[in-house]
Design a protein around this ligand. Structure first.
Ligand SMILES: Cc1cc2nc3c(=O)[nH]c(=O)nc-3n(C[C@H](O)[C@H](O)[C@H](O)COP(=O)(O)OP(=O)(O)OC[C@H]3O[C@@H](n4cnc5c(N)ncnc54)[C@H](O)[C@@H]3O)c2cc1C
Length: 400
């Protein structure tokens, strides 16, 4: 038996014993069911105690961050072993033990750019889900043109002083710490930005939730008034934050891409259409809807294959490439299409917001469709991602 086969056998046996039955099976998507998935952190509330048990068991093995080095709490697995772990988890439909901006975005850039002390301080707490992170990038007037950001960070000798405002900060009201882009030099644009970390419980930090069209409030306006930040919390060089910011965005887009957006859960569009529209000879009765669902399925299949290709490329290049922008763009379009088709197939029943006249699934479909509108904005808009593809993947000239 090869080493990898032995690892598979061990992993399978371990998961069988350690993954609670209630943590198996199709779960709700993170975007739609904030309370039902585990984000960890100091304020975490576990509706199901077995969710915490599952997190603790996986974190103890470092398997919430399988490929991170063991020195920082990770699993120390090779890429091939991590793939086996993913396959074995999928085999028993084990749910992810932890959803975390720390795992998906911050951790990978800390591994690349942070000091040894910073890695030792932050990475193990991310792995264990002890600290929940939020992303302080966008500001009013600095979204797509992110480098126009104005949140000031002044050197006060023994500490930094931060003043300004962020917007659309996902889960800022629930997060413990923020990774934040700040202006440390007003005389330069990109070269005047730094990447800092601070505790959201620091005096002078205020997060005000914004209500979304879907009824949820997943993001906030975040205000900083004379927030004192230890100088040790600067990651990389002073005024060298833009490079780290861009790298983190690649990880963000890669993560969004590989998971897709998953709107409306894992229900098959075909089954929904058959249920609501009826069937003719076993097929969806409405020919036009049937053709569009078939086209969507073909696109989804092509998308899955492209994701695999780009993942292989990332593996070879030891990190994500600008090609993740292709996937971010396509993932948003596909999820929006899927949600629209789902609501359309439900007819009048797809128009429910609340009330006894609608099932839970129908209300969820409607809300998922509304939530999906943000997919082409979050993590960089579709237009901005197409610009990245034009310049950095296709090598077209920038005439601006
Ligand atoms: C669900 C969700 C969660 C988010 N979470 C976070 C978060 O946690 N942290 C955070 O910092 N931000 C977050 N954001 C903000 C997001 O990153 C920004 O909304 C996004 O970058 C766009 O910026 P903007 O809203 O300022 O729009 P603008 O930049 O003002 O864009 C307006 C329109 O102009 C277009 N446009 C702008 N520039 C160009 C160009 N050069 N070429 C072509 N078209 C262009 C855009 O595509 C868009 O259609 C989130 C957004 C959403 C929807």
């Amino acid at each position: 038996m090869s080493d990898l086969e032995a690892f598979r056998a061990e992993t399978r046996a371990w998961l069988e014993v350690n993954c609670p039955v209630s943590m198996r099976g199709e779960g709700p998507s993170a975007a739609e069911a904030e309370g039902d998935v585990v984000w960890g952190g100091r304020k975490a509330v576990y509706k199901n105690p077995e969710a915490k048990l599952w997190l603790d068991r996986m974190a103890a093995k470092g398997w919430t961050a399988p490929t991170w080095p063991k020195d920082y709490g990770g699993g120390g697995l090779s890429r091939d072993e991590a793939k086996v772990l993913t396959q074995e988890m999928a085999r028993i439909q084990a749910r992810p033990p932890l959803y975390s901006f720390g795992l998906w975005m911050l951790g990978p850039v800390l591994l690349e750019y942070a000091s040894e002390e910073q890695k030792k301080e932050h990475l193990p707490r991310i792995v264990r889900g002890e600290i929940r992170w939020c992303q302080g990038y966008s500001e009013p007037g600095a979204g797509s043109d992110l480098a126009s950001l104005r949140t000031r960070c002044e050197d006060k000798g023994d500490h930094f002083l931060v003043n300004g405002q962020k917007i659309w900060t996902s889960y800022a009201d629930k997060a413990d710490w923020i990774f934040c882009l700040v202006r440390t030099d007003t005389s330069k644009k990109h070269e005047g930005i730094s990447f800092i970390l601070f505790d959201m419980a620091s005096p002078g930090v205020e997060a005000r939730p914004i209500r979304l069209i879907s009824g949820n409030s997943p993001f906030c306006e975040t205000f900083f008034t004379d927030v004192k930040v230890p100088k040790a919390n600067l990651v990389g060089r002073l005024n060298g934050g833009w490079e780290i910011a861009k790298r983190l965005l690649q990880y963000e887009r890669q993560n969004i891409s590989s998971g897709g957006f998953g709107g409306g859960g894992g229900v098959e569009l075909e089954d929904i259409a058959k249920h609501y529209v009826g069937t003719e000879g076993g097929r969806i009765a409405d020919g036009d809807l049937r053709a569009r669902i078939a086209a969507h399925r073909m696109e989804a299949k092509a998308f899955a294959l492209t994701v695999r290709r780009i993942e292989e490329e990332s593996r070879a290049a030891k990190g994500p490439s600008p090609a993740v922008s292709i996937i971010k763009y396509a993932a948003a379009k596909l999820n929006q299409e899927r949600c629209e088709l789902m609501v359309e197939a439900m007819g009048h029943q797809g128009l429910g917001w609340e009330g006894d006249g609608f099932s839970e699934g129908e209300i969820m479909a409607m809300r998922a469709m509304l939530r999906s509108k943000g997919n082409s904005i979050e993590g960089g808009t579709s237009e901005v991602n197409l610009n990245v593809v034009a310049k950095r993947v296709l090598g077209l000239l920038d005439h601006q």
